[in-house]
Design a protein around this ligand. Structure first.
Ligand SMILES: C[S@@+](CC[C@H](N)C(=O)[O-])C[C@H]1O[C@@H](n2cnc3c(N)ncnc32)[C@H](O)[C@@H]1O
Length: 220
């Protein structure tokens, strides 16, 4: 378990700074804004209308992507099967201090549950949200055509270049169903070229506040 320092981003929501990797978990311009823009709007909403979606979250971290997806699943009445992957979970103490549910004007219990629930098992959180988290490294993933959406939220290529290499992006491509979509905040040229190399069709779309571009990668 890692006990990283919590800080407040510009939209008032918390994020964490990873001592191990020397980077923050979210944009300093706003953690909630970033998740809403990069993953909920550009990823989840791209696959609507649909009555169900399976979503792979590459970097469960603070649980913000998972939590906001749960809220969106309830709002849109879409049945979501969610899988979060994380090698270095944060402590329960740290999770208790995060202010996401307060800012999103929600009761804190579901958010806390995402952290408390056991790893490696499927949990029914609500009629619309089934959740599993696995404590493993991204490098070991071996899914085949299982997901409609991937949130690729690893630390940036300058912090963890090995997680943006061809073999990892190939695993992401293989994990998606045909017509699946991957979104990431990263818009680096070399990363976009690697996405193309493994078979994705790339869209460079406007990024969240503070970022000109982000990437949406389609498995067409
Ligand atoms: C940018 S942060 C994710 C932010 C997260 N989506 C959130 O909302 O808090 C990247 C995450 O990847 C995790 N991570 C780093 N290297 C990893 C690896 N090799 N395998 C699995 N997880 C890793 C980090 O611990 C961190 O939680």
């Amino acid at each position: 378990m890692v006990n990283n320092k919590i800080f407040t981003t510009e939209d008032g929501s918390h994020s964490m700074f990873s001592q191990k990797h020397g980077v923050s978990y979210h944009s300093k311009h706003g953690a909630i804004q970033e998740t809403e823009h990069v993953f909920i709007q550009a990823g989840f909403h791209h696959q609507l209308p649909s009555s169900s979606l399976s979503i792979l979250d590459i970097g469960f971290g603070t649980g913000l992507n998972a939590y906001m997806t749960y809220l969106e699943a309830e709002k849109q009445k879409v049945k979501v099967n969610y899988m979060g992957i994380e090698a270095f979970p944060i402590t329960l103490d740290a999770a208790e201090k995060l202010n996401f549910s307060e800012l999103l004007q929600q009761d804190n219990s579901v958010f806390q549950n995402l952290h408390i629930l056991s790893w490696g098992e499927s949990h029914s959180i609500s009629e619309y949200f089934t959740f599993e988290k696995r404590q493993t490294r991204f490098e070991y993933l071996d899914f085949k055509e299982q997901f409609d959406v991937i949130y690729f939220d690893a630390f940036a290529p300058n912090a963890q270049p090995e997680l943006w290499e061809e073999n990892i992006l190939q695993n992401m491509f293989d994990a998606l169903k045909p017509n699946g979509v991957l979104t990431t905040y990263c818009a680096k040229g070399v990363v976009k070229r690697t996405f193309k190399k493994v078979g994705f069709t790339i869209e460079a779309i406007p990024g969240p506040p503070g970022k000109r571009e982000m990437t949406r990668a389609l498995k067409i």
